[in-house]
Design a binder for this molecule. Structure first.
Ligand SMILES: Cc1cc2nc3c(=O)[nH]c(=O)nc-3n(C[C@H](O)[C@H](O)[C@H](O)COP(=O)(O)OP(=O)(O)OC[C@H]3O[C@@H](n4cnc5c(N)ncnc54)[C@H](O)[C@@H]3O)c2cc1C
Length: 409
């Protein structure tokens, strides 16, 4: 990755280096030969796909623990295209999810028919509802795909499709909780079916059934993990951007999107590690932000730029916050009988009440990355649990490794 400030001109500037930004930059480079400048505020490229090391041998992934559809479907084709086949994928165990409740455990197999069979075997009285649930998952997923297709179509074709979408997909917008209450009776089964809610970050009473369906069906062929860890994703994509004359710069915080005559024409940024250096301006005909709607519209675009939905965005509350624990282990966790599957551990059936209680650890995700990654040098475990943001608010605005100073202030 280039360290020196690059020479322009650039055809496009992309803010942030998460998978959304890198995908956009690679597509512009590969499809149109564009010179793209990617600016990332962090000192490591990759956004939530980046990885970090401790003691040279323990490697941790911050936001990628498993990805579905990496056998030979569309997801795999897309990744192969974006990384030019440089990324290898390790399949997780056949039973890749394990749901752990105080009084029962359930393992999810890597095939929807087998998953459905096991559910019916365990809850025979709910057979009809289970069969309907699987077909509804598929219908809701297709509804979302159609909605995305709509955006890509020429205007005259949108109207009939919009009608189709409206009539077919209404149920995808109801909450998962209301869907489960409507179709199922057994509270244990309802809890089990919602066990993956941590993947989309909202408990059943708040999550859209359609979002739940997208995630569930995404993992219908099981889970995969990038060989060498999630950091390999950016490692494979950055050279493609550079080959087309672009550059990917770490430690460049964009402070403002420059707007002239109602058009975004460039960005002003500062060096995150050396903030005393003078700010830099980069200009390009195309400015793309992968930094998220809140940062882009509420922080980077000057307040005088009219945005019809600015007030709506300002009223959005923070998402659910989480705590991640990264553990380096002395020995292989395989000795405990685990094989690299995910463990979703819950203290009860009511996911909504558990989150509302604010009790840390009432539900948590546990995985063992070193068992998923054949290139791992040290054994590791990750634990992720939801925790109220207020517990950490006292450190707001503090800097990394400076938490104690901030607390005493
Ligand atoms: C704990 C956790 C676990 C997850 N596990 C999985 C999983 O197992 N499987 C899965 O598929 N997904 C998982 N996800 C979700 C997945 O990681 C994200 O959905 C995805 O990586 C988001 O990509 P993105 O490009 O939209 O955003 P990001 O990766 O967040 O990228 C945005 C980038 O913009 C940068 N940025 C922001 N502001 C500025 C600025 N002013 N100037 C310059 N740069 C800026 C940020 O530093 C960041 O690098 C997980 C997420 C989390 C948090």
């Amino acid at each position: 990755m280039k360290k020196d400030l690059p020479q322009g001109p650039f055809d496009a500037i992309v803010i942030g280096s998460g998978i959304g930004s890198l995908t956009t930059a690679v597509l512009l480079a590969k499809e149109q030969g564009k010179r793209v400048l990617v600016l990332e505020q962090h000192f490591t490229i990759g956004g939530q796909t980046h990885a970090f090391k401790r003691r040279g041998r323990f490697e941790f992934d911050v936001g990628i623990h498993y990805i579905g559809d990496m056998a030979k479907g569309m997801g795999r084709k897309l990744f192969d295209y974006l990384t030019e086949g440089k990324l290898q994928w390790q399949k997780m165990p056949e039973e890749f999810e394990r749901y752990v409740y105080p009084d029962f455990e359930f393992s999810v197999p890597s095939h929807p028919r087998e998953y459905q069979r096991r559910l019916i075997e365990r809850y025979p009285l709910e057979r009809a509802a289970i069969e309907r649930y699987f077909s509804d998952l598929l219908a809701a997923t297709n509804w979302y795909s159609l909605a995305h297709l709509l955006d890509a179509l020429p205007a005259p074709l949108r109207l009939p499709l919009r009608f189709l979408i409206r009539s077919k997909g209404r149920f995808a917008n109801q909450t998962l909780g209301s869907y489960l209450d409507q179709h199922f009776r057994d509270p244990q089964l309802k809890a089990l079916l919602a066990s993956q809610w941590g993947d989309y970050g909202l408990p059943p009473a708040q999550a859209a059934f359609g979002m739940h369906a997208l995630v569930e069906t995404h993992y219908w062929r099981g889970g995969w993990f990038p060989v060498g860890g999630a950091g390999k994703i950016a490692e494979a994509m950055v050279p493609i951007i550079e080959r087309a004359g672009g550059a990917v710069l770490a430690a460049q915080t964009v402070d403002e999107i420059l707007v002239e005559g109602g058009k975004a024409v460039g960005v002003r940024c500062h060096n995150t590690i050396k903030p005393h250096l003078p700010p830099q301006e980069f200009r390009a005909p195309l400015i793309i932000s992968g930094a998220g709607a809140d940062v882009t519209y509420n922080t980077l675009l000057p307040a005088h730029v009219p945005i019809p939905f600015r007030d709506e965005l300002l009223q959005q509350s923070n998402g659910i916050s989480a705590v991640c624990v990264y553990l380096g282990l002395k020995d292989s966790p395989a000795r405990l009988g685990v094989q690299g599957e995910n463990h979703w551990v819950y203290s009860g059936y009511d996911h909504d009440a558990a989150l509302a209680s604010g009790e840390i650890g009432a539900g948590y995700y546990l995985s063992f990355p070193s068992l998923k990654n054949p290139e791992a040098k040290g054994h590791t475990a990750d634990i992720i649990t939801f925790a109220p943001y207020e517990l950490f608010q006292q450190w707001e605005g503090g800097t990394w490794k400076n938490a104690v100073t901030t607390t005493r202030r």
